[in-house]
Design a protein around this ligand. Structure first.
Ligand code: ADP
Ligand code: MG
Length: 350
């Protein structure tokens, strides 16, 4: 309120008293002064902002569910999980979008086979690109001239861009919008939480190592300050699955880490599959339990994700029946359980 009065002051030379309110009262019988170019610009900005707010509310209604994906640390696989969740939901025939607002490492387009795409703008509205399985993608990367150029955006510009990415995008009707963030507890999640109505909640991605776990604890506390509930914790890179062949209907033994022997049974054709915990077992699950939030499941370490990131074909698309796609399917089922009625399988699922 104060700021407005200070700005208006100079255009009304008579109004130079300590009390802008009484001056305003004295002027009230006169015709309103013509708006100066500066005032006009402010009015236009306020109008654009109001239109955007209305559009955000409208968009909020057209998108049934909105899920934020966060992690304390970079490199834990947040974008891999965001794209995987989106694709696993799309596999169910749902209409899905991804909003990638990580300008520090916007690799979602790459994972979705949309590398090098530019934003398509028509009549002032931004149209998302369509990636694998028809998933709609909006990424900060579409604004970059060249992926090696670091983007240094000052706070307000960055936040303005995020609001634009929410309010000015023509998503159409969506069942799910997955929002991928930069690592850590920065301004971006707060801006999104304040701009987009009715966010269902956040998924926290962690790896089994201790450091990443410590950071995911921070993320859980962060959720409380945003007033966006934690839908659950996903443990990524939690084990490595070996598939092999041996004599049909027999037992196979494998030397695992820490001197542990792992056993598996082959099927009638001799195929077996066994998962080795590379780092530490159950870190994500114990963090979830400790904080009383659901554990949505674990995703295996799968070198195919790295290849998929490089060649633009996500693992879920290249191997829709593979172990990683199955693991994603379980995580998504647990997530949907949390979203639909809040009584999802939660802690029971591994
Ligand atoms: N489950 C996984 N198995 C193997 N590699 C993975 C897995 N998840 C992620 N990665 C790889 O780890 C790197 C970082 O993943 P990314 O999703 O970009 O992390 P973040 O978004 O958290 O920074 C990428 O090269 C990605 O392919
Ligand atoms: Mg990322």
């Amino acid at each position: 309120m104060n700021e407005r009065w200070i700005e208006v002051g100079p255009f009304s030379p008579k109004a130079m008293s300590d009390s802008p309110i009484s001056q305003h009262g004295a002027n009230s019988g006169e015709a309103p002064p013509e708006a100066s170019p500066q005032e006009q610009k402010q009015m236009e900005q306020a109008y654009a902002q109001m239109k955007r707010k209305m559009s955000m509310a409208e968009i909020g209604k057209k998108i049934k569910h909105k899920v934020m994906v966060l992690s304390g640390k970079g490199g834990v696989g947040k974008s891999t999980v965001s794209t995987g969740l989106a694709l696993a939901l799309a596999q169910q025939g749902l209409k899905v979008g991804i909003l990638d607002i990580d300008i520090t490492g916007p690799n979602v387009p790459k994972m979705m086979g949309l590398d090098g795409r530019r934003l398509h703008v028509e009549s002032g509205r931004i149209h998302p690109a369509q990636g694998h399985l028809g998933v709609k993608v909006i990424s900060m990367a579409f604004l970059l001239d060249n992926e090696d150029t670091p983007v240094v955006w000052r706070g307000p510009i960055k936040l303005g861009a995020i609001q634009q990415f929410i309010g000015d995008v023509e998503w159409g009707d969506l069942d799910y919008l997955i929002i991928d963030f930069p690592p850590g507890t920065s301004d971006e999640p707060l801006t999104v939480a304040q701009s987009l109505p009715d966010i269902d909640g956040m998924v926290i991605v962690t790896t089994p190592q201790d450091v990443a776990l410590l950071d995911s604890r921070k993320s859980i506390t962060f959720s409380e300050s945003l007033k966006v509930p934690v839908l659950g914790v996903v443990e990524n890179m939690s084990g490595y699955t070996i598939n092999g062949k041996a004599s049909p209907n027999s037992e196979v033994q494998i030397a695992g880490p820490a001197g542990k022997t792992l056993k598996a049974n082959t099927d009638g054709e001799g195929n077996f599959s066994i998962t080795i915990d590379i780092f530490k077992e159950g870190g994500g699950k114990s963090t979830a339990e400790e904080f009383g939030v659901p554990f949505l499941g674990a995703l295996p370490f799968d070198p195919g994700f790295v290849r998929g990131g490089d060649d633009g074909v996500h693992r879920i698309v290249s191997e829709p029946e593979g172990p990683s796609a199955i693991a994603f399917g379980k995580v998504v089922a647990a997530l949907q359980g949390q979203i639909v009625d809040g009584s999802g399988p939660g802690l029971e699922i591994i």
